[in-house]
Design a protein around this ligand. Structure first.
Ligand code: SAH
Length: 256
């Protein structure tokens, strides 16, 4: 049998948001290599596996990527079932693509398993419909943190007319706000900042584009958090505080 590594998404945190395929991979694992943002509770599906923590949060203790690559290779070549478990989806700001490519170049078979990415989970957990009909025709997933620290073209992003979901943005709220305002986005554009999405300690701070930095500060917003920027945030807020949930309020709010 070919040496194989599973690159598995663990979802945003709530262990019940794991896919069945992720659970199956975890059951078969001999080795689980786990990132910081993965909820350790999911390891209940791998009771006998050896667990290796290889996290690397920005600014904290870090495991070099080359070391992670070599470790996966070593165990896979020993014939072990290796599960590389990543927060959210392995291919959304998760280096799943580069790890898969590196492994394949070294003759290792790779199977990628989707996870629910934090941005989509956070929005849904806060009753935000990212593509609410009649309001938003798309979603753009963006990281505010770039490898070379270059700045993003926020002005251009303001012009897309899509809902923006920003990862790794907590430390860059000023830059995001200034860039989007410069691109013509309205100062009152609704924003939701969602911390620890899907976990019991999830918190949500609602604000507007021009106030989000001030509000995040007084709220004490901390990473991990995602930002949702767009009219859909306001629309849902209107419904949630309006006629109440579980009614047809959303359709009425839209005139649908
Ligand atoms: N592959 C992951 C993203 C990793 S990048 C995914 O698909 O979700 C790390 C960033 O993801 C964090 O800085 C934060 O912006 C976001 N993130 C991860 N888990 C989160 C959570 N539970 N709640 C809010 N944001 C989260």
């Amino acid at each position: 049998m070919n040496a194989k590594v599973w690159l598995v998404g663990a979802g945003p945190g709530d262990p019940e948001l794991l896919t069945l395929k992720a659970v199956r991979a975890l059951h078969s694992a001999d080795i689980v290599m786990i990132d910081d943002l993965v909820n350790p509770a999911v390891l209940e599906h791998s009771p006998t596996a050896r667990v290796i923590r290889v996290g690397k949060r920005g600014g904290c203790r870090s495991t070099p990527q080359a070391f992670i690559h070599r470790l996966m290779l070593r165990y896979a070549r020993q014939g072990k079932c290796v599960v590389r478990l990543k927060g959210g989806d392995p291919c959304i700001f998760g280096r799943g693509g580069e790890e898969a490519q590196w492994l394949k170049e070294h003759g290792i078979e790779v199977e990628l398993v989707n996870g629910i990415t934090a941005g989509l989970a956070g929005a849904t957990q806060c009753d935000i419909s990212l593509t609410l009909r009649g309001i938003s025709r798309g979603v753009t997933l963006i990281t505010a943190h770039t490898q070379d620290d270059s700045s993003l073209n926020w002005s251009a992003l303001a012009q897309t007319g899509t809902t923006l979901v920003v990862y790794m943005g907590v430390a860059r709220l000023d830059e995001i706000c200034a860039g989007l305002l410069a691109g013509g986005m309205s100062a009152g554009m609704p924003v939701a900042m969602i911390e620890n999405a899907s976990l019991p300690h999830q918190r949500e701070c609602r604000s507007t584009l021009c106030d989000m930095q001030r509000d995040a500060l007084s709220f004490g917003l901390k990473s991990p958090a995602v930002l949702v920027i767009g009219e859909v945030v306001g629309a849902v807020e209107h419904c949630a505080t309006g006629a109440g949930r579980g009614t047809d309020a959303p359709l009425r709010a839209l005139g649908g």
